[in-house]
Design a binder for this molecule. Structure first.
Ligand code: PLP
Length: 271
């Protein structure tokens, strides 16, 4: 039977609205979000906030989309699809932070995963530090969880040499739950630290892999948003997303001349 365009199917996967930038190398940004969400069994609704010029080595330029274009994209998705979670990646400007806040007003109670993207894997800027401060003041309070790596947490906390605990102490008044990832740390193993709203702290430790990766933070935040969209409880969702991300890094490939790109989908996806 051919279904009519108005017919609702009962087997639709949970929808995650992704508000992220586009990376033409395919390692990070919206492509990372889409792949990681497919791997969780979710449907990504990729809404472009910014375009970047970059390869697997570094970013050389970016352009943030007009507010109206982002609102129009998001509202088209929201009017049509049952959004179960929202994932934020690169926003690029303080105005885009306000635009996201406006979009979230149409999605009361929907969990928001905030990856405060300010730098590309190669170190190039994807937004000024002011964008990070605006994320801290405006978006962390409405997010279910924020997922900064340590350099991002230090910018948000304005503690250039801060330890994860010092950054968390500064940021927790702004947010409900905070996951500071440890890939950029200097510990032998990677320590990913989850600070929850009930005052609990949990460290997820994993083996440190050699090499540097492009899109690991996007992969983690997207996988986490997918787990929340599926209804998984927060700390279990964090564990599942971290385990998945570690496997994508273990199996990463080097398609260009720079960083490794996580392998987010199985090779035999299409037999
Ligand atoms: N979003 C976009 C559009 C990017 O280009 C990048 C990095 O280049 C990121 C996010 C962050 O990438 P990562 O997951 O490596 O922190």
């Amino acid at each position: 039977m051919v279904s009519s365009p108005t017919m609702k199917t009962t087997n639709s996967r949970p929808v995650v609205l992704c508000l992220s930038g586009h990376d033409p190398s395919g390692g990070a940004g919206l492509q990372a979000d889409i792949e990681a969400l497919i791997a969780q069994g979710c449907h990504a609704a990729p809404t472009v906030t910014a375009l970047t010029v970059q390869d697997t080595v570094n970013v050389s330029d970016f352009r943030v989309l007009d507010r109206e274009w982002v609102l129009a994209q998001a509202h088209a998705v929201i009017a049509d699809l049952p959004v179960a979670a929202v994932k934020l990646g690169m926003l690029g400007s303080v105005q885009m932070v306000e635009t996201v806040l406006e979009i979230m007003q149409s999605l009361p109670g929907i969990p928001l995963v905030c990856d405060p993207v300010l730098r590309a894997g190669g170190g190039g800027a994807l937004g000024k530090d002011e964008v990070g401060y605006a994320i801290r003041e405006r978006l962390l309070p409405v997010a279910a969880i924020a997922t900064p790596n340590l350099p991002e947490a230090r910018i948000l906390a304005e503690l250039p040499e801060g330890t994860p605990d010092e950054c968390a102490e500064k940021l927790l008044p702004f947010c409900r739950n905070l996951l500071i990832t440890g890939g950029h740390g200097d510990e032998t193993e990677v320590h990913n630290r989850l600070y929850t709203q009930d005052g609990q702290r949990h460290t997820f430790t994993c083996q440190r892999l050699p090499g540097s990766y492009h899109g690991s933070g996007c992969t983690l935040a997207s996988a986490l948003s997918g787990r929340l969209a599926l209804g998984e409880e927060l700390s279990s969702a964090v564990r599942t997303a971290l385990d998945y991300t570690w496997r994508t890094l273990r199996d990463a490939e080097q398609p260009g001349h720079g960083q490794y790109v996580p392998r987010r989908l199985p090779l035999d996806f299409c037999p």
